[in-house]
Design a protein around this ligand. Structure first.
Ligand code: SAM
Length: 265
């Protein structure tokens, strides 16, 4: 892939993209000026670089855990760009036969994602809205790659903040959980109020005023509710850096993100 192969025909570089802004925050190469401006605006109120790093590091640890549990199929809701060690890279490093369905509703994320994935057969980029579980679960790329009679890893990392109360997030996540076989896991990383409520209040306000999709941080109890009757694996729902850290002796860092994994009994 050359330096520009990730850029599809007809992309509007002036329209900021959440997925490209996230790539910028992660230190990746896939962004334009409008995305950098969006990310810099978020950085005026939120430690978004630290949070993005914490989120991506959690993703790596969680996929290694899930692969270790023998899971080889991943449904990644709100995936962003398939780069910088995203799910298929981590999962297929552990088991080359792992299959990944990335789901994003943003035109740019999907267009770039398809360029980046090329003719990969085990990984697809599905354009769909997480808030419509049936259309995600019934989409033909999902049905082709995921065998719902076997354990699946359902990933909701850095996306639940885009689900508003009117979307009935508890109910829609329940519908995903219901579709999964026993032994499946739901991994979640969710913005929270609990660590630094003042910063989160300013961030919510900023998103509201900017005309972008508003964000909804959650309390610990609300995130636990998303997991329903799935059983939390150790160490439970914790601040993202505290979930099975690579260096367990490091001082426990806090975060504006809760992270956890729960298994379907
Ligand atoms: C923070 S980014 C990617 C996070 C990625 N899962 C990770 O952990 O590194 C969140 C992504 O969610 C996508 N997104 C937001 N709302 C969505 C929705 N309703 N349906 C599908 N994707 C959505 C955005 O387009 C964006 O690419």
């Amino acid at each position: 892939m050359t330096a520009t192969d990730w850029i599809p025909q007809g992309i509007d570089r002036a329209e900021p993209s959440a997925a490209r802004a996230y790539d910028y925050l992660l230190g990746g190469p896939h962004h334009f000026e409008a995305d950098r401006q969006l990310a810099e605006k978020v950085l005026t109120v939120l430690p978004a670089r630290t949070m993005s790093r914490q989120n991506r590091e959690f993703l790596h640890r969680v996929v290694a855990f899930l692969a270790g549990e023998g899971i080889t199929q991943y449904l990644d809701l709100g995936s962003g760009l398939p780069t910088l060690g995203n799910v298929h890279e981590a999962a297929q490093r552990a088991d080359a036969a792992s299959r990944v369905v990335y789901v994003d509703n943003e035109d740019a994320a999907v267009a770039h994602g398809r360029c980046l994935l090329g003719d990969s057969t085990n990984t697809v980029m599905l354009q769909a809205d997480v808030r419509e579980p049936q259309s995600v679960l019934d989409a033909s790329p999902t049905r082709q790659l995921i065998d719902f009679s076997q354990p699946v890893a359902l990933l909701m990392l850095g996306v639940t903040q885009f689900l508003h109360d009117a979307d009935e997030p508890r109910e829609l996540i329940r519908r995903y959980r219901e579709a999964l076989a026993p032994g499946s896991c739901l991994a979640i990383a969710s913005f929270t109020w609990d660590n630094d409520p003042d910063t989160m209040r300013r961030t919510v306000e900023m998103f509201k005023e900017s005309g972008r999709t508003p964000i909804v941080p959650r309390t610990r109890a609300e995130v636990l509710d998303f997991l329903g009757d799935f059983e939390l694996v150790d160490p439970g729902l914790v601040y993202a850096p505290q979930w099975r850290p690579d260096q367990p002796d490091a001082p426990a860092a806090r975060s504006n993100l809760y992270a956890g994994v729960a298994r379907k009994p």
